[in-house]
Design a protein around this ligand. Structure first.
Ligand SMILES: [Zn+2]
Length: 315
């Protein structure tokens, strides 16, 4: 009986030691959990090639509707066709994309200036398909992996006289394609001004025709604001709107540029075509702002070649 007890005790001790040995890795695993959680959260945010857009509420759509201007700014030379492209291989701005699509579709319908097609397929950026459109909108696209044929098609499309419009993350794409970065007029280099803040903006030229939406005055808006690197230069494009660092909340944020030049929107002529880029549009709320919606309307009309605007760089 005693032997048996001892035997039992030793069996129990071996079992306990084994259990400890087995539990050791899972204990380490528990220490790794926050990192795994962060990784999972990041993967959720990135959602490569996300293909399902969130549904906007009826209230959100009604607010976009209410923000639409009564009529187009310029009379179009002919009925226009707009292609909205929204593929994301990086960060997925679901609500921003959905708001942008809704605003562009409804703008076209209400003004009668354009019809809108929407796609996320690279195949639709072929030269043949692009040929039917007047304006291509890169709607919050991220980390695009354009096939070579599509890269060439995009360059040719704009250089030969068509329009390109970029919304918000349209600059968060061509890290390994310098010509693409140059086409957009800048490459994303972070967003020191986070999406939870309300930031101040100034008009670089209050009298420029393309900023008429803002009535000659700076404005404030809740949005996420980018800084740019590489291709960004005032020598290459006409900057229309920038961050107003004289505003205390906006100026308090430390950006990464030595020159403190944080442009938000610009235009440029590209060969015979035109580019309009604006970094406003992180979330759907931006497309409920009448001035911003009118600004995008004017940008699209400029890109289409219907709204004349001086795109000569200022320096
Ligand atoms: Zn964003």
């Amino acid at each position: 009986m005693r032997t048996c007890m001892l035997h039992r005790l030793s069996v129990w001790m071996v079992a306990a030691a084994l259990a400890l040995a087995v539990s050791a890795p899972s204990h380490l695993g528990a220490a790794e959990k926050p990192r795994e959680k962060r990784k999972a959260a990041k993967a959720e945010r990135l959602r490569p090639a996300a293909d399902a857009l969130p549904e906007l509420s009826a209230e959100a759509i009604a607010k976009i509707e209410a923000a639409l201007p009564e009529r187009a700014t310029a009379k179009p030379k002919k009925p226009r066709k707009v292609l909205v492209f929204w593929r994301c291989e990086g960060f997925f701005h679901g609500r921003g994309i959905a708001g942008g699509i809704k605003a562009i579709e409804r703008l076209g319908k209400k003004t009668g200036v354009w019809t809108t097609d929407v796609t996320r397929e690279y195949a639709d950026l072929s030269a043949e398909n692009l040929a039917q459109y007047d304006v291509l909108v890169l709607n919050n696209t991220t980390r695009l992996k354009l096939p070579d044929a599509q890269k060439q098609a995009l360059l040719d499309y704009v250089h030969r006289g068509k329009g390109l419009v970029g919304i918000h993350a349209a600059t968060d794409n061509f890290y390994d394609w310098p010509e693409g970065g140059k086409l957009m007029g800048g490459v994303f280099a972070g967003h020191p001004w986070g999406g939870g803040g309300t930031w101040a903006f100034k008009l670089d030229e209050p009298d420029h025709v393309l900023v008429a939406a803002f009535g000659g005055k700076g404005f404030k808006l809740k949005d996420e604001i980018y800084q740019f690197k590489e291709a960004y230069s005032r020598a290459n494009q006409r900057v229309l709107v920038s961050l107003d660092l004289s505003d205390p909340a906006t100026g308090k944020v430390k950006g990464g540029r030595d020159d403190n030049d944080y442009a938000v929107a610009w235009i440029k002529n590209v060969g015979k075509g035109r580019l309009f880029y604006c970094s406003l549009g992180h979330d759907a709320n931006v497309f409920q702002d009448p001035a911003v919606v009118r600004f995008y309307l004017d940008g699209i009309q400029f890109a289409a070649g219907d709204l004349e605007a001086d795109a000569t760089p200022k320096k």
